[in-house]
Write a protein that binds this ligand. Sequence first.
Ligand code: NDP
Length: 397
Amino acid sequence: MSMPRRISVLGATGSVGAATLDLIERAPEGVYDVVALTARTNVLELARLAIKHRARFVAIADEACEPALREALAGHDIEIASGEGGVIEAAQRPADWIMAAIVGAAGLRPTLAALRQGRALAFANKECLVCAGALFMQEAAAHRTRLLPVDSEHNAIFQVFNSEDRGAIDAITLTASGGPFRTWDKIRMQSAGRADALAHPTWDMGAKISIDSATMMNKGLEVIEACWLFDLPEDQVRVVVHPQSIVHGMVHYADGSVLAQMGSPDMRTPIAHTLAWPERMAAPVERLDLTQAGRLDFEPPDLERFPALRLAREAVQAGGIAPTVLNAANEVAVAAFLDEQIGFLDITACVSEALDRAAGDEDMPSQLGAFDDVFAIDRRARVLARGLIGAPAGQNG
Ligand code: NDP
């Protein structure tokens, strides 16, 4: 019998983390050995998962949560750590496959630590590539890490992208559901509340990515992610709105062939693909029946109502500090919207303004040559964006 595969999940208590551990739980005994699990504040869920999966190491990012975690795991032989250092230590524990599913740029240091193990990194935490694309890819190459895309669109492309024949690839297409406001006019979007924006029509996801889907910034971040993962210029990464979320991604070949990957909208399919890669495994997802689906619709994205997609494209074209600023400002603005400090349309307006101000800001580093620059740009962009949140809604909107 072969050895169990050692796996770790960074962001175990989140939506992607839960889908990953659901697959692990269903596997026969002895197939997987859970090494490390991490969370930020969700002590009880982290402890429950650690006990259930007999994890050997757990880390909670918020140090104030460590005593509660120790209490919840009393009597269990599980090592406990806290703070960012603890999460990094979890990522460094030797594992054969690591799921990077922390949300936001906060995941960059732990994800880098996981990547530096030089094994398989199932990559969901797209903000890492948005804020540090070139450096991140250089690091992956230097450590010969196998980056396995988890985002459903990128996983779809990965499945149909013939890297042996790159010259024959004209472009790729990422599909977008269009989010909850696909059919809303701008006046209605102006008054959209938290609950409206969180009500994603096809995917069940964490709060930050749900809001990003509603603004379509998520698709913008995905365009940047795709440029890095597949080494393509921005104008070869197309986006099409497809409300049914059945076709996830397509590769366009020189002979006119378009290869697409389809499936029910369930993250367990792309996660299972990365878990079993280069083989395949069974996943407990609803089987796609196109006769039930009935029709597949496609439409171009409306950049007037969803300017975030345009901003992201401009940022990746501009290069330098722009994508890092875009990502940081967006994280700040999304958090402010979730706290009901700003309106829905203010999110993208804030990102746009932060990008403008960053360009002429004396305290903003002008170069991005090392990871320390990324962290400095991220910090400064957050200061600029927070300054804008205090501005009256009219100024942001
Ligand atoms: P969730 O918000 O559901 O989960 C985030 C996870 O990260 C939780 O475990 C959370 O812990 C942990 N976390 C949050 N902040 C920190 C921090 N500062 N330090 C350490 N850990 C932290 O997010 P999702 O699962 O939805 O998304 C995770 C990533 O995957 C994102 O980058 C997203 O864009 C990407 N993704 C998600 C998809 C989805 O279907 N959800 C699809 C494709 C990509 P706690 O629970 O304690 O807060």
